[in-house]
Design a binder for this molecule. Structure first.
Ligand SMILES: CC(C)(COP(=O)(O)OP(=O)(O)OC[C@H]1O[C@@H](n2cnc3c(N)ncnc32)[C@H](O)[C@@H]1OP(=O)(O)O)[C@@H](O)C(=O)NCCC(=O)NCCS
Length: 187
């Protein structure tokens, strides 16, 4: 698979992917708006480009190499510069393709972009306690669970606690050689 920014011509593919995964995403992410029109998705993609230009967010599609189909999303959001140089991580994949190791690889690649190209210092992610697959993705990569943020996000009809995970640039450097062997980072 590979990561790439979405362009407006991919709005329909994005709309179909979201529609297909509406229920899969519901427990863990902000609700997918209903109805979801092509114009909405084109506007969202346009906003993503503007946020990227302002260095406030990096939103990428996960594409399958075989047929270049859009199969998921990864993002760096809440980017803070100044004295912080940090960003939050968000991610999801098509339900039919979960459990094949794809997200671990996609997040690893985005982490490398964050630390090597953007020179960020610290990444973080919040995960609800029952979301074991998401915790596994972060733990396999070496993210450290710092604690529990109580009632942090209103998702799926109620306030949800979130485990707070972080990963530092130095921790990435210590693992980089292993990630090269796995093909996640190019030397
Ligand atoms: C979380 C998510 C992105 C993981 O994607 P994925 O491609 O399946 O991730 P990977 O295959 O790389 O890794 C998943 C790991 O979770 C493990 N796992 C799956 N179900 C599990 C369960 N019920 N309990 C414990 N571990 C579980 C898998 O075995 C795998 O670990 P392993 O490699 O040690 O075997 C995907 O499930 C998803 O999109 N979920 C819905 C949206 C979401 O939760 N986004 C994250 C919000 S924080």
């Amino acid at each position: 698979m590979f990561l790439r920014r979405l362009d407006r011509s991919q709005a329909e593919a994005y709309r179909r992917l979201l529609e297909r995964n509406r229920l899969w995403l519901q427990p863990w992410m902000p609700e997918v708006p209903y109805p979801l029109t092509l114009a909405d998705l084109q506007k969202i993609i346009e906003c993503e480009h503007q946020e990227l230009k302002r260095a406030q967010r990096v939103d990428l599609g996960i594409f399958r190499s075989l047929d270049e189909a859009l199969i998921g999303r990864v993002a760096l959001h809440s980017i803070q510069w100044g004295v912080s140089f940090s960003a939050g991580l968000g991610y999801w994949i098509d339900a039919d393709l979960a459990g094949a190791g794809l997200m671990t690889e996609a997040v690893a690649r985005l982490v490398a972009v964050a630390f090597e190209e953007m020179r960020l210092h610290r990444l973080w992610a919040g995960v609800q306690p029952p979301n074991r697959p998401s915790q596994r993705v972060l733990e396999k990569l070496g993210f450290v669970r710092e604690g529990l943020h109580r009632q942090e996000l209103f998702i799926n009809g109620r306030w949800q606690d979130q485990y707070f995970y972080t990963f530092l640039e130095a921790e990435f450097r210590a693992r980089r050689a292993q990630w090269v062997v796995k093909g996640w980072v190019v030397d």
